[in-house]
Design a binder for this molecule. Structure first.
Ligand SMILES: Nc1nc2c(c(=O)[nH]1)N[C@H]1C(S)=C(S)[C@@H](COP(=O)(O)OP(=O)(O)OC[C@H]3O[C@@H](n4cnc5c(N)ncnc54)[C@H](O)[C@@H]3O)O[C@H]1N2
Ligand code: MOO
Length: 400
């Protein structure tokens, strides 16, 4: 029996193994959640000209005690003339600085009588209130790199860079099929016998895949038989990624691995030195990737966070598909760890990250409370409150 693979090596192997799907040219408005497959160079500068950052008055360059207000520069309606010495214009936030002006006086610091303008005691006209042309980005600057995910802020940047009515080169997202496997599983409405278990993993995994997939199909639940698994794999033949849950361990009814081999898949790895999630399996048949996740619900969730979502991100074109932990102080002590990298459910608070006492890998209530996973190295000594630990923040839905 081969030793379980080291966690980091396994994650790296998955990233290297993942095939990149072809690119598509999509209207920018349809690109939310896609990964750029080519760097984006700005088609305009932002701002395109010097702007006022505040509401007030743009003052002509040169010294003066008072100024004459000769007009207005409003957003979208610039002042058309060049300011002469001693002249000023009313200006709004975002409006173009007129030619011949370099400083803005805040309206709170202005004394205005008719069209005469003076600086109030303690006030100061300043270049700090001017946003310089191109300070955010210049023409042809690369504003978004290859492999960046287009979330709301990135889409706003692409639109500001001149691509609002254009198209972007993005990766196609994978089609995903999720198979719940286990003869105890049911998706019926009940009443349930004691031997039946609602197939909750399928719904959980499908919702974890959805942001990174073009479609998610659920298959099953499938009973523990080679024939039923063969039929389910066949039904998933249109998917780029097949995710199974359950039947991954070593019991007599754990048939996912032999069923995959009988179906013609090549197993890349099976078993990782992580807790929970040891019986994780990665396989491939032609262009299809199969990720076999353990059936215990917490093991399924943890491996989906650390392997399934990175796999989907990578196939969709992500440059940086693996979630990165951040260092946070522990709110309470943690015991030493065993021979596997451990992932401990936790909540977040002002004092740091607080481990949840319930560690059983089937316990869904504690999973539903979790806002984070603490990552602890294999063979680590006990940790004390206040020690820094590595933390993955989860988008797990329980808090606002
Ligand atoms: N002798 C050994 N036994 C086990 C080992 C081992 O190394 N030697 N590994 C343990 C570990 S670690 C895990 S994790 C489990 C996972 O094994 P499987 O992937 O084969 O999972 P199942 O046995 O099919 O199910 C485990 C548990 O989860 C429930 N389950 C399964 N699928 C779903 C689903 N879709 N929705 C909700 N709940 C599900 C299932 O009913 C079981 O209770 O094996 C250990 N055993
Ligand atoms: O490693 Mo299994 O995934 O306990 O729980």
């Amino acid at each position: 029996m081969s030793a379980p693979l080291d966690f980091d090596l396994a994650q790296q192997r998955l990233v290297d193994f993942a095939p990149r799907l072809p690119t598509e040219l999509l209207p920018t408005r349809d690109c939310l959640g896609r990964y750029l497959r080519a760097p984006l160079a700005a088609k305009r500068a932002q701002p395109a000209a010097d702007l006022s950052a505040m509401d007030g008055y743009a003052l002509a360059t040169g010294e003066a005690e008072t100024w004459r207000v000769v007009g207005e520069s409003a957003a979208g309606r610039p002042y058309p003339e060049t300011l002469e010495g001693g002249q000023a214009v009313r200006i709004s936030t975002g409006a173009l600085m007129p030619r011949g002006a370099a400083r803005v006086l805040l309206q709170e610091e202005a004394i205005v009588e008719g069209n005469r303008l003076a600086i109030a005691p303690g006030g100061e006209a300043s270049e700090r209130h001017v946003r310089r042309r191109g300070f955010d980005f210049g023409l042809n600057d690369v504003v978004l790199g290859k492999g960046v995910r287009l979330g709301p802020a990135q889409l706003a940047l692409a639109i500001a860079a001149g691509f609002g009515a254009g198209r972007l080169t993005v990766g196609r997202l994978p089609r995903v099929a999720v198979i719940d496997s286990g003869s105890e599983l049911t998706d019926g409405a009940g009443p349930f016998t004691d031997a039946q278990v609602p197939a909750s993993n399928g719904a959980m995994l499908a919702s974890m895949a959805r942001p990174y997939a073009s479609s998610v199909e659920r298959i099953g639940p499938v009973p523990d038989s080679m024939d039923a698994l063969a039929d389910a794999l066949e039904a998933a033949s249109g998917a780029d990624v097949i995710v199974t849950s359950g039947g991954a361990s070593v019991g007599d009814h754990d048939l996912v691995r032999p069923a995959l081999e009988a179906w013609g898949a090549t197993i890349d790895f099976w078993k990782i030195a992580m807790r929970p999630g040891k019986p994780l399996l990665l396989a491939r048949r032609r262009d299809q990737v199969v990720l076999g996740l353990p059936g215990n619900p917490v093991s399924s969730f943890v491996t989906a966070t650390l392997f399934l979502q990175p796999l989907l991100r990578r196939m969709g074109g992500a440059a940086d598909p693996v979630p990165r932990p951040v260092a946070m102080p522990l709110a309470t002590d943690l015991p030493q760890t065993g021979p596997r990298t451990e992932f401990v459910r936790a909540t977040l608070g002002p004092e740091g990250v607080r481990p949840i006492a319930q560690r059983d890998s089937s316990a869904l209530r504690s999973l539903a409370q979790a806002e984070a996973l603490i990552r602890r190295p294999a063979g680590a000594a006990a940790a004390r409150a206040g020690d820094l630990v590595q933390v993955y923040c989860l988008q797990n839905g329980a808090t606002a």
